[in-house]
Ligand binder design. Structure first.
Ligand SMILES: Cc1cc2nc3c(=O)[nH]c(=O)nc-3n(C[C@H](O)[C@H](O)[C@H](O)COP(=O)(O)OP(=O)(O)OC[C@H]3O[C@@H](n4cnc5c(N)ncnc54)[C@H](O)[C@@H]3O)c2cc1C
Length: 411
């Protein structure tokens, strides 16, 4: 006989890529029948389905590289064991820079070597063959990480959930309104329809809204939803479908193929942060800055830096603009692990704009902590309680999170 929802003592709040990855890890380790995942909209309806979905492994923080490496293993497992197609394009990430920024490429190549990540320096000609839209004069050096890829983020999250459900996890359309705690122990979750679901373990994977559930428990999470955005050009023969992901660290821009067009993001002059209390549950039509709802102002602001790399930017039309929230943290670390003082409460969040790259690793890490097995990566730097008591909705804290996006350098 199957397990009913109320028998399930592990509740995951949020069906984005993080919640799905935690469910997947618990299921593949035999706990599927104990897990109920609550999602108030549809799976992947939040930040996940809006992602550019680059999966890049080289990061400023070595622990985060380990998480991203695990994501590639998870994706391979979904493809090979569960026969899932998540739209992976292993086109490699090409990092290009002028000589003034050669040290940045060298540092990334060194990090890759230290972590066993494939990496190869390319000639100018070979680099241009992978990205014919690049201006030849815009870079002197190019290094390729051939195993990096991009995926279809909706398919990635839903494939994780399908595999989890095949091993006993149950998904329910329900909104959690509060987490129930008594004597410093998790008791369950209260729902918008007034039900109370008892549980011994709760994983808060509610994305940009996670602080609304955690802060009332005296556990403010050190993160805030900051605007991520990108643009997609009209199609052009300049953009081969198997072209590489391109990272341009000197101008903090990135690009990747998008079915015959180019998807690109770049350094913004102005970051935008939202107070989670005013962020709508349904992001359809949501923009951070209503004065620049189509992103045109930001595009024209930043175009002078990007155009020397991508001259066709000045003549091609823009077909799409996409924006959504990513949880940034002032220290650039994730917000993942056990809550201090509340037994049975865990958090999977704080993606810093790279949650697709980290999802497999975050799912495994939180799964290990819930299961009480030794974690495969040190969880201390991303501990949810590391900032102590503070107001996660205060204007100066929100500004510090926005500033963290301004200094992000990894892909
Ligand atoms: C424009 C953009 C581009 C990006 N590009 C990349 C990229 O190239 N590479 C990369 O690695 N990452 C990228 N990201 C980041 C990535 O999308 C996020 O890190 C990731 O999706 C976060 O997943 P999540 O599960 O934490 O959040 P979400 O996907 O937002 O999931 C949270 C879920 O919780 C649900 N929820 C919230 N509150 C409740 C509640 N009370 N009860 C029930 N359910 C609830 C929501 O409905 C939502 O479905 C990008 C993000 C954006 C916005």
């Amino acid at each position: 006989m199957g397990t009913s929802a109320t028998d399930r003592d592990i509740l995951i709040i949020g069906g984005g890529v993080f919640g799905a990855a935690v469910a997947y890890d618990l299921a593949r380790n035999g706990l599927g029948e104990r897990v109920l995942l609550l999602e108030r909209l549809q799976p992947a309806a939040g930040a996940t389905s809006r992602a550019a979905a680059l999966v890049t492994q080289v990061r400023d923080k070595p622990d985060q590289m380990v998480l991203a490496q695990q994501t590639l293993r998870t994706i391979t497992e979904l493809e090979q064991v569960y026969d899932e197609d998540i739209g992976r394009h292993t086109v490699g990430a090409l990092h290009v820079a002028p000589t003034s920024h050669l040290h940045v490429l060298q540092a990334r190549a060194d990090l890759a070597a230290a972590h066993g990540i494939a990496c190869t320096w390319l000639s100018h000609t070979d680099a241009l063959a992978r990205a014919p839209w690049l201006a030849p004069s815009s870079f002197d050096h190019a290094v390729l990480f051939p195993d990096d890829c991009y995926v279809e983020p909706y398919l990635f999250a839903t494939a994780l959930l399908r595999a989890a459900c095949a091993q006993g996890v149950q998904v329910e359309a329900a909104e959690a309104t509060h987490i129930l705690v008594e004597d410093l122990c998790i008791q369950g979750v209260g729902l918008a329809d007034c039900r109370r679901l008892p549980a011994r373990t709760v994983v808060n994977a509610a994305g940009a809204w996670a602080n609304l559930l955690s802060a009332p428990l005296g556990l403010p999470l050190p993160m805030a939803p900051v605007r991520s955005q990108y643009w997609i050009t009209e199609p052009s023969p300049l953009f081969p479908r198997d072209g590489a992901i391109v990272l341009m660290p000197a101008v903090r821009a990135y690009a990747r193929p998008e079915v015959g067009a180019l998807l690109f993001g770049m350094r913004e002059r102005q970051q935008q942060v939202a107070d989670p209390r005013t962020l709508p549950a349904d992001l359809t039509g949501f923009v951070f800055d209503t004065r620049d709802a189509d992103g045109w102002g930001n595009l024209t602001d930043g175009a002078d830096e990007l155009a020397p790399y991508f001259p066709a930017l000045n003549t091609l039309g823009i077909a799409h603009y996409l924006t959504g929230p990513s949880n940034y943290t002032p220290d650039g670390q994730l917000v993942v692990g056990a809550a201090p003082h509340v037994k049975g409460l865990f958090v999977a969040s704080g993606c810093n704009g790279s949650g697709i790259s980290f999802a497999g690793g975050v799912g495994r890490l939180v799964g290990e902590l819930v299961r009480g097995t030794p974690p495969f990566v040190n969880p201390l730097p991303c501990a949810p309680g590391r900032r102590g008591h503070f107001d996660p909705f205060a204007a100066d804290f929100l500004a510090a999170c926005a500033a963290a996006r301004a200094s992000k350098t990894s892909g």
